[in-house]
Design a protein around this ligand. Structure first.
Ligand code: FAD
Ligand code: EPU
Length: 337
């Protein structure tokens, strides 16, 4: 099997944290995965599943095996005149999958262009951007039960998808390994251009199509978000907080500039980036880490910060947002310790 001992994981997490795991196992298909899980290492030592490492923060060396999912394959499993069902392996790079869909004129996923990571991680936190979440296009998910080593299928309706959440991030966290995801895409497109400046970005294009939307999203993202190859980061470090309507009204009286969005159960979602920005964190640096100067929701590892440096820094931000606004902002990034 393809094991490496005491490999630095710096290249395998977009925060560029230089920690080691006892073993790293690069897993290219299901059979390899099952053999690993049946082996002594798989049964006895802790192991952690990693895709592209773009939504995790290692706070220390990992005392077990990091299993890097590298399985590949994209295929059409069913189609009719309106829809196409596409199965993609967990290890496919997410944006390669989006590009494949757009090139083949399959619509619904174009707003999710340019998000780092893998197909297998996409349902875990129900990735979202520019008015679309991956739950909108997932049909079903094929998983391996870590205890029984049997395959199971989760239909979309059983995944408990929510904002940056799913059953795989909450009650069944670390209980299943996602093997394949089947998506339902459209052949007759209905563009979703309601989010923020997406419409503005497209205003010079007559009758835009899905490839124009993909390009517009890429352009906006490239302007706003730091490229992890240059400025190591994991995207939004925190989730946007949701508050009760009554509390929002009180806040809005004190801070009329607050932006807000409707959320389920008649609650209100605030922009964590704006709250952090209003606490004057934008551009501030400390111990090799800092808040990005264009998007306050992104923490950057500017100069070989450790996972603990980043965690401590993030806690200061959480405390200052709580002091000023009385609002708790939760981590979006998963801590591995
Ligand atoms: P990893 O970071 O490797 O893993 C994340 C979690 O998923 C871990 O808990 C891991 O155990 C679990 N996991 C991974 N693969 C599997 C599997 N096969 N089976 C079971 N569990 C698994 N996210 C958004 O939602 N919207 C955005 O717009 C967005 N923008 C980003 C921009 C930048 C610059 C960066 C760096 C990140 C951004 N993210 C965004 C966050 C990140 O890209 C997504 O969360 C992505 O889905 C993570 O994929 P990954 O393969 O890197 O997962
Ligand atoms: N804002 C500020 N200052 C900042 C950052 C933002 O005032 O420093 C304000 C903006 O002006 C805007 C509002 O906050 O009015 C929202 O900002 P933006 O549109 O950039 O989106 P976001 O809420 O910060 C979310 C997602 C992103 C996703 C974008 C686009 C979360 C936690 N983040 O960011 O996802 O790409 O919307 O849909 O929901 C990620 O999850 O890693 C991620 C990057």
């Amino acid at each position: 099997m393809n094991y490496k001992k005491f490999l630095s994981l710096k290249e395998y997490n977009t925060f560029g944290i230089d920690v080691k795991s006892v073993y790293s196992f690069f897993c290219f298909n299901e059979n390899e995965l099952i053999s690993f899980l049946k082996s002594d290492k798989g049964r006895e030592e802790p192991y952690y599943i990693l895709g592209g490492g773009s939504n995790v923060l290692f706070s220390e060396d990992y005392k077990g095996t990091i299993v890097l999912i590298k399985s590949k394959g994209i295929s059409v499993v069913q189609e009719n005149s309106n829809f196409v069902f596409i199965k993609a392996a967990a290890g496919e790079i997410w944006d390669d999958f989006v590009e494949y869909c757009v090139i083949n004129n399959y619509g619904g996923v174009e707003n999710l262009s340019f998000i780092p990571g893998t197909v297998g991680a996409s349902p875990v936190q129900n990735i979202g951007a520019y008015g679309v979440e991956v739950k909108d296009i997932i049909d079903e998910i094929e998983v391996l039960n870590r205890k029984t080593l049997k395959k199971e299928v989760f239909l979309n309706k059983n995944c408990k998808f929510g904002y940056r959440d799913s059953i795989f991030k909450s009650e069944l966290r670390n209980k299943y390994i996602i093997l394949n995801v089947t998506f339902k895409l459209s052949k007759k497109h209905k563009l979703n251009l309601d989010y923020g400046n997406l419409n503005d970005e497209l205003k010079l294009i007559n009758n835009p199509g899905i490839s124009d939307v993909r390009q517009a999203v890429i352009n906006i993202r490239a302007r706003k978000l730091p490229n992890p190859d240059e400025f190591p980061n994991a995207g939004s470090f925190f989730k946007n907080p949701v508050v009760k309507t009554g509390y929002f009204k009180e806040l809005k009286e004190k801070f009329p500039e607050l932006v807000s969005y409707p959320a389920p159960d008649e609650k209100i979602k605030l922009a964590a980036g704006q709250l952090i920005d209003l606490c004057n964190w934008k551009g501030k640096r400390e111990n090799g880490t800092g808040v990005h100067d264009k998007q306050a929701l992104v923490i950057v590892n500017y100069n070989n910060a450790s996972g603990k440096d980043i965690l401590n820094f993030s806690e200061k931000i959480q405390n200052s947002v709580f002091e000023k606004f009385g609002v708790k902002i939760e981590r979006e990034v998963t801590l591995i310790n």
